[in-house]
Design a protein around this ligand. Structure first.
Ligand SMILES: Cc1ncc(COP(=O)(O)O)c(C=O)c1O
Length: 402
Protein backbone atom coordinates (compact mmCIF):
# COMPACT_ATOMS: atom_id res chain seq x y z
CA UNK A 1 0.00 0.00 0.00
CA UNK A 2 2.81 2.43 0.90
CA UNK A 3 6.22 3.21 -0.61
CA UNK A 4 6.57 3.01 -4.41
CA UNK A 5 2.90 2.25 -5.03
CA UNK A 6 1.61 5.38 -3.32
CA UNK A 7 4.48 7.50 -4.69
CA UNK A 8 2.77 7.29 -8.10
CA UNK A 9 -0.02 9.51 -6.73
CA UNK A 10 2.44 12.39 -6.04
CA UNK A 11 3.24 14.39 -9.22
CA UNK A 12 6.40 15.91 -7.70
CA UNK A 13 8.10 12.54 -8.09
CA UNK A 14 7.29 12.53 -11.80
CA UNK A 15 8.75 16.03 -12.11
CA UNK A 16 11.83 14.91 -10.15
CA UNK A 17 12.18 11.16 -10.73
CA UNK A 18 15.42 10.92 -8.77
CA UNK A 19 14.25 12.92 -5.78
CA UNK A 20 14.61 11.15 -2.44
CA UNK A 21 12.45 13.33 -0.25
CA UNK A 22 13.25 12.89 3.43
CA UNK A 23 12.12 16.27 4.78
CA UNK A 24 8.52 15.39 5.54
CA UNK A 25 8.56 16.86 9.03
CA UNK A 26 9.05 20.24 7.33
CA UNK A 27 6.25 19.69 4.83
CA UNK A 28 4.75 16.73 3.00
CA UNK A 29 4.37 16.45 -0.76
CA UNK A 30 0.88 16.75 -2.24
CA UNK A 31 -1.07 13.98 -3.93
CA UNK A 32 -2.62 14.64 -7.34
CA UNK A 33 -6.14 14.62 -5.93
CA UNK A 34 -5.29 17.57 -3.64
CA UNK A 35 -3.63 19.55 -6.44
CA UNK A 36 -6.50 18.77 -8.84
CA UNK A 37 -9.07 19.63 -6.16
CA UNK A 38 -7.55 23.08 -5.61
CA UNK A 39 -7.24 23.72 -9.37
CA UNK A 40 -10.83 22.61 -9.87
CA UNK A 41 -11.96 24.93 -7.10
CA UNK A 42 -10.37 27.96 -8.75
CA UNK A 43 -11.47 26.91 -12.24
CA UNK A 44 -15.05 25.99 -11.45
CA UNK A 45 -16.15 26.84 -7.93
CA UNK A 46 -14.47 30.05 -6.76
CA UNK A 47 -16.65 32.46 -4.77
CA UNK A 48 -16.43 34.03 -1.35
CA UNK A 49 -18.17 32.23 1.50
CA UNK A 50 -20.95 33.12 3.95
CA UNK A 51 -21.78 36.28 1.96
CA UNK A 52 -23.32 35.78 -1.47
CA UNK A 53 -26.70 34.16 -1.96
CA UNK A 54 -26.16 33.23 -5.60
CA UNK A 55 -25.67 29.54 -6.37
CA UNK A 56 -21.89 29.51 -6.67
CA UNK A 57 -21.44 31.28 -3.32
CA UNK A 58 -23.96 29.01 -1.62
CA UNK A 59 -22.28 25.88 -3.00
CA UNK A 60 -18.82 27.04 -1.97
CA UNK A 61 -20.06 27.96 1.52
CA UNK A 62 -21.61 24.51 1.86
CA UNK A 63 -18.41 22.81 0.70
CA UNK A 64 -16.32 24.93 3.09
CA UNK A 65 -18.53 23.93 6.02
CA UNK A 66 -18.59 20.28 4.90
CA UNK A 67 -14.80 20.22 5.29
CA UNK A 68 -15.28 21.35 8.90
CA UNK A 69 -17.35 18.22 9.54
CA UNK A 70 -14.78 16.14 7.67
CA UNK A 71 -11.98 17.51 9.89
CA UNK A 72 -14.06 16.85 13.02
CA UNK A 73 -14.63 13.21 11.96
CA UNK A 74 -10.97 12.85 10.98
CA UNK A 75 -9.70 13.73 14.46
CA UNK A 76 -12.56 12.22 16.45
CA UNK A 77 -14.22 15.50 17.49
CA UNK A 78 -17.91 15.19 18.27
CA UNK A 79 -18.93 18.47 16.65
CA UNK A 80 -17.77 20.64 13.73
CA UNK A 81 -18.31 23.57 16.09
CA UNK A 82 -15.09 22.50 17.81
CA UNK A 83 -13.09 23.07 14.61
CA UNK A 84 -11.56 26.50 13.98
CA UNK A 85 -9.81 27.21 10.68
CA UNK A 86 -6.48 28.96 11.20
CA UNK A 87 -3.41 29.47 9.04
CA UNK A 88 -1.52 26.62 10.73
CA UNK A 89 -0.34 25.12 14.01
CA UNK A 90 1.53 28.32 14.88
CA UNK A 91 -1.60 30.45 14.52
CA UNK A 92 -3.69 27.88 16.44
CA UNK A 93 -1.34 27.91 19.42
CA UNK A 94 -1.12 31.72 19.39
CA UNK A 95 -4.92 31.89 19.42
CA UNK A 96 -5.16 29.66 22.51
CA UNK A 97 -2.39 31.59 24.26
CA UNK A 98 -3.95 35.00 23.67
CA UNK A 99 -7.66 34.22 23.77
CA UNK A 100 -7.86 31.35 26.24
CA UNK A 101 -4.93 31.53 28.61
CA UNK A 102 -3.97 35.19 28.78
CA UNK A 103 -7.23 36.37 30.42
CA UNK A 104 -6.95 33.54 32.98
CA UNK A 105 -3.28 33.96 33.86
CA UNK A 106 -2.10 35.96 36.88
CA UNK A 107 1.29 36.65 38.46
CA UNK A 108 2.75 33.56 40.11
CA UNK A 109 0.95 31.08 37.81
CA UNK A 110 2.84 28.54 35.76
CA UNK A 111 2.56 27.20 32.23
CA UNK A 112 4.10 23.80 31.65
CA UNK A 113 5.81 22.89 28.40
CA UNK A 114 8.54 20.36 27.62
CA UNK A 115 12.18 20.74 26.69
CA UNK A 116 11.51 19.33 23.21
CA UNK A 117 8.93 21.93 22.10
CA UNK A 118 9.04 23.57 18.70
CA UNK A 119 9.32 27.36 19.04
CA UNK A 120 5.66 27.54 17.97
CA UNK A 121 4.68 25.80 21.20
CA UNK A 122 7.09 27.80 23.32
CA UNK A 123 7.22 31.48 22.40
CA UNK A 124 3.45 32.21 22.56
CA UNK A 125 3.39 30.89 26.17
CA UNK A 126 6.65 32.63 27.05
CA UNK A 127 5.29 35.97 25.82
CA UNK A 128 2.07 35.83 27.82
CA UNK A 129 3.91 34.54 30.92
CA UNK A 130 6.22 37.56 30.69
CA UNK A 131 3.30 39.94 30.24
CA UNK A 132 1.45 38.51 33.25
CA UNK A 133 4.35 37.84 35.64
CA UNK A 134 3.77 34.08 35.33
CA UNK A 135 6.48 31.44 34.82
CA UNK A 136 7.16 29.08 31.98
CA UNK A 137 8.14 25.77 33.54
CA UNK A 138 9.96 23.21 31.43
CA UNK A 139 9.62 19.42 31.79
CA UNK A 140 13.09 17.90 31.28
CA UNK A 141 13.90 14.96 29.03
CA UNK A 142 15.78 11.74 29.74
CA UNK A 143 19.06 10.89 28.01
CA UNK A 144 17.21 8.91 25.31
CA UNK A 145 14.99 11.88 24.42
CA UNK A 146 11.87 10.60 26.17
CA UNK A 147 10.00 12.90 28.51
CA UNK A 148 10.82 12.69 32.22
CA UNK A 149 7.37 11.65 33.40
CA UNK A 150 8.31 11.77 37.09
CA UNK A 151 9.34 15.38 36.70
CA UNK A 152 6.09 16.03 34.83
CA UNK A 153 3.99 14.56 37.65
CA UNK A 154 5.88 16.61 40.22
CA UNK A 155 5.55 19.81 38.20
CA UNK A 156 1.75 19.68 38.09
CA UNK A 157 0.60 21.92 40.90
CA UNK A 158 -2.18 24.34 41.84
CA UNK A 159 -0.03 27.02 40.17
CA UNK A 160 -0.18 25.22 36.78
CA UNK A 161 -2.73 26.93 34.55
CA UNK A 162 -1.95 25.12 31.30
CA UNK A 163 0.03 22.21 29.91
CA UNK A 164 1.18 22.54 26.28
CA UNK A 165 2.92 19.49 24.89
CA UNK A 166 3.97 18.19 21.52
CA UNK A 167 2.53 14.83 20.51
CA UNK A 168 5.62 13.93 18.47
CA UNK A 169 8.91 15.82 18.65
CA UNK A 170 9.96 17.19 15.26
CA UNK A 171 13.62 17.15 16.37
CA UNK A 172 13.84 13.77 18.16
CA UNK A 173 10.95 11.71 16.82
CA UNK A 174 9.86 10.93 20.38
CA UNK A 175 6.18 10.06 20.76
CA UNK A 176 4.96 11.52 24.03
CA UNK A 177 2.41 9.68 26.20
CA UNK A 178 -0.14 12.46 25.76
CA UNK A 179 -3.20 10.43 26.89
CA UNK A 180 -1.51 9.71 30.21
CA UNK A 181 -0.30 13.31 30.51
CA UNK A 182 -3.79 14.68 29.88
CA UNK A 183 -5.33 12.31 32.45
CA UNK A 184 -2.77 13.43 35.06
CA UNK A 185 -3.35 17.12 34.32
CA UNK A 186 -7.12 16.69 34.42
CA UNK A 187 -6.90 15.17 37.90
CA UNK A 188 -5.87 18.71 38.88
CA UNK A 189 -8.30 20.46 36.49
CA UNK A 190 -5.47 21.73 34.31
CA UNK A 191 -6.30 22.15 30.60
CA UNK A 192 -3.96 20.60 28.02
CA UNK A 193 -3.07 21.67 24.51
CA UNK A 194 -1.56 18.98 22.28
CA UNK A 195 0.61 20.16 19.37
CA UNK A 196 -0.26 17.59 16.73
CA UNK A 197 1.80 19.13 13.91
CA UNK A 198 3.91 15.97 13.58
CA UNK A 199 1.44 13.32 14.73
CA UNK A 200 -1.56 13.95 12.50
CA UNK A 201 0.05 12.45 9.38
CA UNK A 202 1.50 9.55 11.36
CA UNK A 203 -1.39 8.26 13.48
CA UNK A 204 -5.14 8.11 13.73
CA UNK A 205 -6.04 10.99 16.05
CA UNK A 206 -8.96 10.79 18.45
CA UNK A 207 -9.22 14.02 20.43
CA UNK A 208 -12.26 12.70 22.24
CA UNK A 209 -10.51 9.55 23.43
CA UNK A 210 -7.45 11.61 24.37
CA UNK A 211 -9.73 14.09 26.14
CA UNK A 212 -7.49 16.89 24.80
CA UNK A 213 -8.78 20.37 25.57
CA UNK A 214 -7.05 21.78 22.50
CA UNK A 215 -5.37 20.03 19.57
CA UNK A 216 -3.60 21.72 16.67
CA UNK A 217 -2.27 20.69 13.29
CA UNK A 218 -1.20 22.15 9.92
CA UNK A 219 -2.64 21.24 6.52
CA UNK A 220 0.73 21.25 4.78
CA UNK A 221 2.11 18.47 7.00
CA UNK A 222 -0.84 16.16 6.21
CA UNK A 223 -0.57 16.24 2.39
CA UNK A 224 -2.69 19.41 2.16
CA UNK A 225 -1.86 22.98 1.16
CA UNK A 226 0.14 25.57 3.09
CA UNK A 227 -1.59 28.42 4.89
CA UNK A 228 -4.37 26.34 6.43
CA UNK A 229 -4.44 24.76 9.86
CA UNK A 230 -6.80 23.58 12.52
CA UNK A 231 -7.47 24.45 16.09
CA UNK A 232 -9.67 21.88 17.79
CA UNK A 233 -11.04 23.11 21.11
CA UNK A 234 -13.63 21.67 23.44
CA UNK A 235 -16.75 23.59 22.57
CA UNK A 236 -17.35 24.74 26.14
CA UNK A 237 -13.84 26.25 26.22
CA UNK A 238 -14.04 27.88 22.78
CA UNK A 239 -17.29 29.54 23.81
CA UNK A 240 -15.53 31.29 26.70
CA UNK A 241 -12.88 32.75 24.41
CA UNK A 242 -12.92 36.20 22.85
CA UNK A 243 -11.71 36.68 19.29
CA UNK A 244 -8.20 37.97 18.76
CA UNK A 245 -8.88 39.46 15.33
CA UNK A 246 -11.81 41.60 14.31
CA UNK A 247 -13.49 42.27 10.96
CA UNK A 248 -15.93 40.78 8.51
CA UNK A 249 -17.71 37.43 8.86
CA UNK A 250 -17.22 37.08 12.63
CA UNK A 251 -19.98 39.30 14.00
CA UNK A 252 -23.58 39.04 15.07
CA UNK A 253 -24.26 42.77 14.96
CA UNK A 254 -22.22 45.95 14.72
CA UNK A 255 -22.97 49.57 15.55
CA UNK A 256 -20.60 52.51 15.94
CA UNK A 257 -20.91 52.03 19.68
CA UNK A 258 -20.43 48.28 20.02
CA UNK A 259 -20.17 44.85 18.39
CA UNK A 260 -21.46 41.46 19.36
CA UNK A 261 -19.67 38.46 17.98
CA UNK A 262 -20.83 35.34 16.19
CA UNK A 263 -20.60 32.11 18.17
CA UNK A 264 -17.45 30.03 17.85
CA UNK A 265 -15.92 28.90 15.57
CA UNK A 266 -16.98 31.80 13.26
CA UNK A 267 -15.90 34.44 15.75
CA UNK A 268 -12.29 33.28 15.35
CA UNK A 269 -12.35 33.45 11.54
CA UNK A 270 -12.32 37.18 10.77
CA UNK A 271 -12.10 38.32 7.17
CA UNK A 272 -11.87 36.22 4.04
CA UNK A 273 -10.15 33.06 5.17
CA UNK A 274 -8.05 30.66 3.11
CA UNK A 275 -11.03 29.15 1.30
CA UNK A 276 -8.96 27.27 -1.29
CA UNK A 277 -6.80 26.01 1.59
CA UNK A 278 -9.85 24.63 3.36
CA UNK A 279 -11.04 22.95 0.16
CA UNK A 280 -7.54 21.49 -0.37
CA UNK A 281 -7.41 20.25 3.21
CA UNK A 282 -10.73 18.50 2.58
CA UNK A 283 -9.15 16.60 -0.33
CA UNK A 284 -6.09 15.77 1.80
CA UNK A 285 -8.39 14.21 4.39
CA UNK A 286 -10.22 12.30 1.65
CA UNK A 287 -6.81 11.03 0.53
CA UNK A 288 -5.86 9.94 4.07
CA UNK A 289 -9.28 8.41 4.68
CA UNK A 290 -8.68 5.99 1.79
CA UNK A 291 -5.69 4.62 3.70
CA UNK A 292 -5.51 2.52 6.82
CA UNK A 293 -4.28 5.13 9.30
CA UNK A 294 -3.14 2.56 11.84
CA UNK A 295 -1.10 0.91 9.09
CA UNK A 296 0.54 4.29 8.32
CA UNK A 297 1.76 4.46 11.93
CA UNK A 298 3.11 0.92 11.77
CA UNK A 299 4.81 1.57 8.40
CA UNK A 300 6.49 4.79 9.53
CA UNK A 301 7.61 3.31 12.82
CA UNK A 302 9.16 0.27 11.13
CA UNK A 303 10.75 2.27 8.30
CA UNK A 304 12.08 4.65 10.97
CA UNK A 305 13.55 1.68 12.85
CA UNK A 306 15.21 0.48 9.65
CA UNK A 307 16.61 3.97 9.00
CA UNK A 308 17.91 4.23 12.55
CA UNK A 309 19.61 0.82 12.35
CA UNK A 310 21.23 1.53 8.98
CA UNK A 311 22.35 5.02 9.94
CA UNK A 312 23.73 4.06 13.33
CA UNK A 313 25.90 1.42 11.66
CA UNK A 314 27.87 4.25 9.98
CA UNK A 315 31.14 4.85 11.76
CA UNK A 316 31.04 8.04 13.82
CA UNK A 317 27.32 8.65 13.38
CA UNK A 318 25.30 9.34 16.53
CA UNK A 319 21.53 9.15 16.60
CA UNK A 320 20.02 12.01 18.60
CA UNK A 321 16.88 10.72 20.28
CA UNK A 322 16.57 6.99 20.85
CA UNK A 323 13.37 6.76 22.90
CA UNK A 324 11.61 3.41 22.64
CA UNK A 325 8.43 5.23 21.60
CA UNK A 326 9.64 6.88 18.43
CA UNK A 327 8.50 7.37 14.84
CA UNK A 328 10.24 7.97 11.50
CA UNK A 329 12.02 11.20 12.39
CA UNK A 330 15.72 10.50 12.75
CA UNK A 331 18.12 13.22 13.90
CA UNK A 332 21.84 12.55 13.86
CA UNK A 333 25.29 14.01 14.07
CA UNK A 334 28.32 12.71 12.21
CA UNK A 335 31.71 13.13 13.82
CA UNK A 336 32.51 16.83 13.64
CA UNK A 337 31.12 17.36 10.14
CA UNK A 338 28.68 20.26 10.27
CA UNK A 339 25.06 19.17 9.64
CA UNK A 340 24.76 21.82 6.90
CA UNK A 341 27.70 20.24 5.07
CA UNK A 342 26.03 16.84 5.32
CA UNK A 343 22.70 18.18 4.04
CA UNK A 344 24.30 20.00 1.12
CA UNK A 345 26.50 17.02 0.24
CA UNK A 346 23.62 14.54 0.19
CA UNK A 347 21.45 17.24 -1.44
CA UNK A 348 23.84 17.18 -4.39
CA UNK A 349 22.74 13.54 -4.79
CA UNK A 350 19.05 14.57 -4.91
CA UNK A 351 18.47 13.54 -1.32
CA UNK A 352 16.49 16.11 0.65
CA UNK A 353 17.19 16.09 4.38
CA UNK A 354 17.10 18.93 6.85
CA UNK A 355 19.94 20.41 8.84
CA UNK A 356 19.66 23.00 11.58
CA UNK A 357 18.12 23.56 14.99
CA UNK A 358 14.65 22.51 13.75
CA UNK A 359 13.07 25.48 15.57
CA UNK A 360 14.07 23.88 18.87
CA UNK A 361 16.99 26.06 19.95
CA UNK A 362 16.55 25.44 23.71
CA UNK A 363 16.60 21.67 23.06
CA UNK A 364 19.78 22.01 20.99
CA UNK A 365 21.34 24.06 23.78
CA UNK A 366 20.47 21.33 26.28
CA UNK A 367 22.00 18.71 23.97
CA UNK A 368 25.06 20.96 23.53
CA UNK A 369 24.65 20.79 19.76
CA UNK A 370 24.51 23.68 17.30
CA UNK A 371 22.35 21.61 14.95
CA UNK A 372 21.54 18.10 13.77
CA UNK A 373 20.85 16.52 10.41
CA UNK A 374 17.36 15.07 10.19
CA UNK A 375 15.71 12.53 7.91
CA UNK A 376 11.93 12.52 8.33
CA UNK A 377 9.84 9.89 6.61
CA UNK A 378 6.44 9.65 5.00
CA UNK A 379 4.23 7.06 3.36
CA UNK A 380 5.95 7.32 -0.05
CA UNK A 381 9.42 6.59 1.35
CA UNK A 382 11.01 3.18 0.94
CA UNK A 383 13.93 1.17 2.30
CA UNK A 384 15.68 2.03 -0.96
CA UNK A 385 15.44 5.75 -0.06
CA UNK A 386 17.17 4.98 3.23
CA UNK A 387 19.83 2.89 1.49
CA UNK A 388 20.54 5.81 -0.89
CA UNK A 389 20.84 8.17 2.08
CA UNK A 390 23.20 5.82 3.87
CA UNK A 391 25.37 5.47 0.74
CA UNK A 392 25.48 9.27 0.29
CA UNK A 393 26.43 9.77 3.93
CA UNK A 394 29.25 7.25 3.59
CA UNK A 395 30.51 9.25 0.61
CA UNK A 396 30.27 12.38 2.76
CA UNK A 397 32.48 10.76 5.38
CA UNK A 398 35.00 9.76 2.71
CA UNK A 399 35.01 13.34 1.43
CA UNK A 400 35.36 15.13 4.77
CA UNK A 401 37.40 12.69 6.83
CA UNK A 402 40.87 12.09 5.50
C1 LIG B 1 6.07 20.02 16.48
C2 LIG B 1 5.76 21.23 15.65
N1 LIG B 1 4.96 22.18 16.15
C3 LIG B 1 4.63 23.27 15.44
C4 LIG B 1 5.11 23.47 14.17
C5 LIG B 1 4.72 24.70 13.42
O1 LIG B 1 3.93 24.37 12.33
P1 LIG B 1 3.54 25.46 11.24
O2 LIG B 1 4.82 26.08 10.79
O3 LIG B 1 2.85 24.68 10.16
O4 LIG B 1 2.63 26.44 11.90
C6 LIG B 1 5.97 22.52 13.61
C7 LIG B 1 6.56 22.72 12.28
O5 LIG B 1 7.54 22.13 11.91
C8 LIG B 1 6.28 21.36 14.36
O6 LIG B 1 7.09 20.41 13.87
Amino acid sequence: MFGTKIKAQFPIFQAHPNLVYLDNAATTQKPKMVIDGITNFYQKENANIHRGIYDLAAQTSAKYEKVRTKVADFIGATSPKSIVYTSGTTASINLVATSFLSPRLVAGDEVLISMMEHHANLIPWQMICKAKGASLRVIPINADGSLDMNAYKQALSPKTKMVAITHISNALGTINPVAKMIALAHQKDIPVLVDGAQSTAHYPIDVNALDADFFTFSGHKVFGPTGIGILYGKQALLETMSPSQYGGDMIRSVSFEETSFAPSPQRFEAGTTNIAGVIGLGYAIDFLNQLDKKAIGVYLKSLGKYAQEQLSAIDGLTIIGTASEKTGIISFTLQDIHPHDIASFVGANNIAIRAGHHCTQPLMKHLKLPATSRASLSIYNTQEDIDLLVAAIKETVDFFVI
